[in-house]
Design a protein around this ligand. Structure first.
Ligand SMILES: [Zn+2]
Length: 222
C-alpha cells in the first residue's frame, strides 16, 4: 500500500513511456517486476492522502524521500527526453535564424525590424512568431501589414518592379511611391519616424488606415 499526496507523481513513477523522468520510472518498473513475479497475489494499492491533513508519519516519509537524491546518467538531465527535445528545438531555431539572414530565403524586400533590445527581429514558433502575435488579432490589419513587410504591396514601386500597368508615382506628387516613401517621407501620410519596431508599424497602420491595402478590386476580381 502506497500513501501519496500526488497521484500524478505515483502514476508517472510506474509509467515506462517517454517522459522527462523515464529513467527513474524504468528503475521503479524493473524493481516492481521482480517483486510481482514472486507471487500472483502481489499487488500495490495507491491511496491518496492530502498533505493538508499533516499526517505525521506521512510528513516524515515525505521528508525522507525528498532528502534522497538519485542521479541518473553522467550529468543530471543529459539523457532525459525533455533535454533531447530542447536540444532539437534550439538546433532548429539556430538553423532558422541563420537561414533567415539570407535575402534569397526571406525575400529581398523583407522589411527589417528590431526587437526591443535592438537585435534584428527573428522568426520564432512561440505564439505564431513575433509578426503574427503582434498583428494576428485583426485579419484586416494583417492583410495590409503582411504585404508591407514582405514587399508585395500594391504601391507604385511594386507596379514598377513587376512592370504592372498602374501608376508608379504617389498621390503627394513624388515620382516613385516606394515603401520607404510611404512609411516616412510622404506628405499625404502621417508618420513620426522611420519604423524600427513592430509597434512603430502598428502605430503607422492605425494613423493611416488605408495605406498598403488595395483601394479598388484588381481587374477580374469581384
Ligand atoms: Zn507620397
Amino acid at each position: 500500500m502506497v500513501f501519496t499526496d500526488s497521484m500524478g507523481s505515483a502514476h508517472r513513477a510506474v509509467d515506462p513511456s517517454m517522459h522527462s523522468g523515464q529513467a527513474f520510472s524504468l528503475s521503479v518498473c524493473r524493481a516492481l517486476q521482480e517483486w510481482f513475479e514472486v507471487d500472483d497475489l502481489c499487488c500495490i494499492t495507491f491511496i491518496y492522502v492530502s498533505s493538508a491533513l499533516w499526517w505525521d508519519i506521512h510528513g516524515e516519509a515525505h521528508r525522507y524521500v525528498t532528502e534522497l537524491k538519485v542521479r541518473v546518467g553522467r550529468r543530471k538531465t543529459d539523457n532525459s527526453i525533455d533535454t533531447l527535445r530542447s536540444q532539437a528545438v534550439h538546433s532548429v531555431l539556430d538553423s532558422w535564424s541563420s537561414t533567415f539572414k539570407d535575402p534569397t530565403y526571406r525575400g529581398s524586400e523583407f522589411l527589417e525590424l528590431q526587437q526591443p533590445d535592438g537585435r534584428p527581429l527573428q522568426p520564432l514558433y512561440l505564439n505564431g512568431g513575433p509578426w503574427l502575435s503582434c498583428f494576428g488579432h485583426s485579419i484586416t490589419e494583417f492583410a495590409r501589414v503582411c504585404p508591407c513587410i514582405t514587399g508585395h504591396t500594391p504601391i507604385g514601386a511594386y507596379y514598377h518592379r513587376f512592370k504592372i500597368n498602374e501608376p508608379h508615382g504617389c498621390t503627394c506628387g513624388a515620382a516613385l511611391q516606394s515603401r520607404q516613401h510611404l512609411l516616412f517621407r510622404c506628405h499625404d501620410r502621417y508618420s513620426v519616424h522611420y519604423p524600427r519596431f513592430l509597434g512603430d508599424i502598428a502605430s503607422f497602420m492605425k494613423y493611416n488606415p488605408t495605406v498598403f491595402g488595395f483601394n479598388r478590386d484588381p481587374s477580374g476580381v469581384r
